[in-house]
Design a protein around this ligand. Sequence first.
Ligand code: PEP
Ligand code: MN
Length: 338
Amino acid sequence: MVIVMNGHATEDQIEKVIASLTQKGYDAHRSTGSTRTVIGVVGASKTPLDPREFEIMPGVHEVVKITEPYKLAGRTFQAEDTVIRLGDVAIGGRDIIMMAGPCAVESEKQLDIIASSVRRYGARILRGGAFKPRTSPYAFQGLGEEGLGHLRKVADRHGLYVVTEVMDTNQVELVASYSDILQVGARNMQNFNLLKELGRQKKPVMLKRGLSATIQEWLLSAEYIMAGGNRDVMLCERGIRTFENYTRNTMDISAIPIIKKLSHLPILADPSHGTGLRDKVIPMARAAVAAGADGIMVEVHHEPEAALSDGPQSIYPEQFAELMAQLRIIAPAIGRSI
Ligand code: PEP
Ligand code: MN
């Protein structure tokens, strides 16, 4: 249930509604919009809720029973787009934000070479895995804390922010002490304990779509984080498993406008994991931006032949420059900037 207050509702009236919900054993999540305040009712309680009881309270415009199972992540709860701010970077606003870097942090030198070029061409956020979720236990698992240190140092040197994956609840504190954005990988999209722990964090979370997750399941995972109190969640479409095996995954471009309709959360796209093929990355990045993505996450490597992971899908720095030049033409055509 969502309680929409009218435009003239006083603070006192809003607080009375919240107090009544709390007293009945529910969590009230408040969203203060530019024109009205909306209160999302979440949680379970033995006391059933009667919408009429709230409809007659002073200051209440209407009570909406939600049919979607997610509430806080939905547009009914919050009509305005969520904009996540990191210093001078706003994710979910007019600007299309570029996150770029290697699949895995391999050394400080490797990261520095890649960071300096992607920064020069317009990236604002440095990506790179320190804890890698590899299909094979024999594949490179990442540098761990040493890699986190390289990320922080190199990003600070070049004026970039950091996004990196956290794979387990027991790594959350460590990763949060180095990274600006906490990434949940596709394989962990339904690791509910991890999502709950991230709900208690003060840093933005980037939630990648699970390999076989429906859009509803994905939004419910976002709901887990938000219900814990962390509202700064961005989503990332990274391709799903289908019968097609030409590409590594099938990049679901249609998920972008669907998410935009259903949710106020920023949506990014990762054409690197979405296709697995270097020569398909640029076309799919262009398509994602044209479809309304708020940003692109892309794997870039200066020597992809020698990369310790995902070389075949990593683009060269020069290709990143070419992509940026193309996006600078596409963005204004759809009312965005880059
Ligand atoms: C990544 O972005 O480093 C990654 C492992 O992606 P995904 O979780 O989407 O496979
Ligand atoms: Mn990768």
